[in-house]
Design a protein around this ligand. Structure first.
Ligand SMILES: Nc1ncnc2c1ncn2[C@@H]1O[C@H](COP(=O)(O)OP(=O)(O)OP(=O)(O)O)[C@@H](O)[C@H]1O
Length: 671
């Protein structure tokens, strides 16, 4: 049987090609399709043919070629479902121009799109000759079924959903014309609907994916440890996670889509949410201490509120600290542990506190035992790095050959005995925190060069390694040596000195703040025993007088000694260690007047001792005759000797007698 034929007449080549392809797909097996576009060329007069117009509008342009015996069918057209996926990506409520060649085709197409469920966007029909209102002229997106050239220039996003296709009723009309409807109608409508089903399958797949994505995001937001709430420009809640449910005491099902004010009833919270100057504030909500943060997502015109439980944050920080503590990388002391109320200590603590707030290196200088390590700890603990590691390296305690691998680590196989997998050095381990370089004056010149490089570059290279590892470490160094003298002698690099001493902190010697000695002595006593210990005034006076060349460490050791040897709950002069056992002077000589005054007291004591031995109790005039001191000076020194428990000054004319402690003191003095 000869195949039947039909002629398709379209306006544009694009429409011609698309519809030719559609008809071929569905009817090509049974009917031969010829097609022409009026914008291209048309055939000579057609006779006795079935002619399909792509739309009623082209009639004027083509009717002259439709001759005798022709039957004309004007195609009804519907959206081409293949390309509409892109429309789902447009945001909810977006205004778009729907651009077509005529008002009725534009209106029709909009209705079709709405019918198949694309209702989240707001369509404005547009066709040649339509005048847009000033408001409509701001629309930046246009959709068109192949009529790209008709889109106004103001539009920036152009979505071509392709030429509209011939609908099923027209296809059935064609079959009827050829008397094929009965034989082929079912099959053709199946082919047509299969395409539609494919589309609805794609749409449902897309919906499924959107639902999955929404669920996934809900799980993510629910998994966040903080309360998260979001609301749109009208105040309607769009996000309300599980933690927010707990904090606010409202279920998300109840909260979502409600107005924010109906859920957050607390006035102060409402005013915080709606004002613009503050971005965070502290609130107590349902008995919980919450820090509330607010920020705006401009693109989505959404406000997000985050609720952080400060009690939980504190316990998390404690857990992090516990972790560091287990590794031993923690600064144990704070400024509270630094005992002393003397003006000089208060001032030093104040300066240290300020230095701590910077990120710059600090060099702590002070005699041995003045608390340099204590200050380094305290500085770290008030700095912004306080929840990061604090590592102390004592250069005088580590042998030179170990130092390098300890500080910088090594790679596997770097040397015989190197651990499998290599080792991280202290600088790497201190990353994010503070490294305390103690006794920096004892560092060898070779190590000084390496340290200088690390401090300059803020990166290290492991022994045997070939890559530089960046580090973020704050340096606090300490020394009891006079680094300037070392520089003069060529034992310390001047460039390293300048790198380290960006900020300096000088710690006072204990003798410069003797007024702190009673508090220190009592503190150390309490630290070491729970027993109620009294320090006799004689002992206290003696402690105050001692030059303390070993500073606080020496004082602490003296207290430990006395607590060990005491016979009662009172620390008496007999418990004091032998003066010669006091630490020898380290860096500073004892202040001049101290030596002289001590010497004079000793001489006086010697005089009293001799007088007592030969003449019994000694009168003040006799004592004065035997010394170069004035009567007034003798009186003052006798008072001091009595306070120390070395003599007993009698009333009236009864004279002065040396005590046992005085005798011991005299006898113990080097000749
Ligand atoms: N102000 C203070 N209050 C309480 N204890 C202190 C104080 N200063 C120092 N100490 C104690 O004295 C001892 C010595 O302190 P630290 O080790 O910090 O001194 P240092 O200056 O680093 O000494 P060195 O130069 O010998 O290393 C420590 O036991 C410390 O706890």
């Amino acid at each position: 049987m000869r195949k039947q034929e039909l002629v398709l007449l379209a306006g544009t080549i694009e429409t011609q090609n698309t519809l030719q392809e559609q008809l071929n797909d569905i009817l090509g097996e049974f009917i031969t399709i010829h097609s022409y576009a009026s914008e291209d060329w048309l055939p000579d007069t057609l006779t006795d043919q079935l002619v399909i117009y792509s739309s009623a509008i082209i009639e004027k342009e083509v009717h002259h070629v439709v001759g005798k015996g022709c039957k004309v069918i004007v195609a009804r057209r519907t959206t081409n479902y293949e390309y509409i996926d892109q429309l789902f990506e447009l945001p909810q409520g977006e205004r778009v121009l729907y651009v077509n060649d005529f008002p009725q085709t534009a209106e029709e197409s909009i209705k079709t799109l709405q019918k198949i469920g694309i209702q989240h966007i707001h369509y404005v029909p547009y066709y040649p000759g339509k005048t847009l209102t000033p408001d409509q002229q701001t629309i930046k997106t246009a959709i068109t079924p192949g009529e790209i050239h008709l889109i106004p220039d103001s539009v920036t996003q152009k979505i071509n959903i392709g030429v509209r296709l011939i609908d099923i009723t027209t296809l059935m009309e064609i079959l009827e014309h050829f008397n094929l409807k009965e034989a082929l109608g079912g099959e053709i409508s199946d082919r047509y609907t299969r395409k539609i089903i494919e589309l609805s399958h794609r749409l449902s797949l897309m919906n499924q994916q959107t639902t999955l994505l929404n669920q996934h995001l809900k799980h993510v937001v629910d998994g966040v440890n903080d309360g998260v709430v979001a609301f749109d420009s009208r105040g309607k809640i769009t996000v309300f996670n599980q933690v927010a449910e707990q904090y606010i005491g409202v279920s998300s099902v109840h909260a979502i889509h409600k107005h924010i004010q109906s859920i957050f009833k607390q006035d102060s919270l409402q005013s915080f949410i709606f004002q613009n100057d503050e971005t965070s504030r502290y609130f107590t909500i349902n008995g919980m201490n919450l820090m509330v943060y607010r920020f705006h997502l401009n693109e989505e015109d959404t406000t997000v509120i985050i609720f952080k439980n400060t009690d939980e944050t504190i316990s998390m920080q404690k857990a992090a600290r516990h972790d560091l503590l287990q590794k031993g990388y923690i600064a144990k002391y704070t400024f509270e542990d630094i005992t002393g109320n003397s003006p000089i200590v208060q001032k030093t603590k104040q300066i240290a506190n300020r230095l701590a707030q910077t990120e710059l290196p600090v060099l702590i200088q002070g005699e041995s035992g003045t608390g340099k390590e204590l200050y380094a700890n305290a500085i770290h603990n008030v700095s912004s790095r306080n929840y990061q590691p604090f590592l102390a390296v004592n250069f005088s305690a580590l042998p030179e050959d170990l130092l390098e691998s300890e500080l910088f680590g090594y790679e596997e196989g770097a040397f015989t005995g190197a651990k499998k997998g290599g080792k991280m050095g202290l600088f790497e381990q201190a990353d994010g925190g503070t490294i305390f370089l103690d006794e920096i004056g004892d560092v060898s010149v070779k190590m000084q060069a390496r340290l200088l490089r690390v401090i300059q570059e803020m990166e290290i290279r492991r022994i045997g390694g070939n890559k530089n590892i960046p580090i973020d470490v704050r340096i606090v160094a300490a020394t009891n040596k006079d680094l300037l003298k070392l520089i003069e002698k060529g034992d310390f690099r001047e460039d390293l000195y300048h790198r380290l001493k960006v900020l300096t902190l000088s710690l006072p010697a204990l003798r410069e703040r003797a007024e702190d000695i009673p508090t220190l002595a009592t503190t150390f006593t309490k630290e070491q025993t729970h027993e109620e210990i009294h320090i006799s005034s004689t002992v206290m006076n003696q402690l105050k007088m001692n030059p303390w060349n070993g500073n606080i460490r020496e004082l602490k050791n003296t207290i430990s000694y006395m607590l060990a040897v005491r016979e009662s709950n009172e620390l008496k002069k007999e418990d004091l260690p032998n003066p010669v056992s006091y630490q020898p002077g380290t860096t500073h000589p004892i202040a001049e007047e101290d030596i002289i005054e001590k010497q004079e007291q000793l001489e006086l004591l010697q005089v009293i001792y001799n007088l007592n031995q030969h003449q019994g109790r000694a009168s003040r005039s006799k004592i004065t005759q035997r010394t170069p001191l004035s009567e007034q000076q003798v009186r003052l020194r006798l008072q001091k000797l009595q306070e120390k428990g070395y003599i007993q000054v009698g009333r009236g004319r009864s004279g002065t007698a040396i005590t046992d402690a005085g005798v011991r003191f005299v006898q113990n003095q080097p000749l």
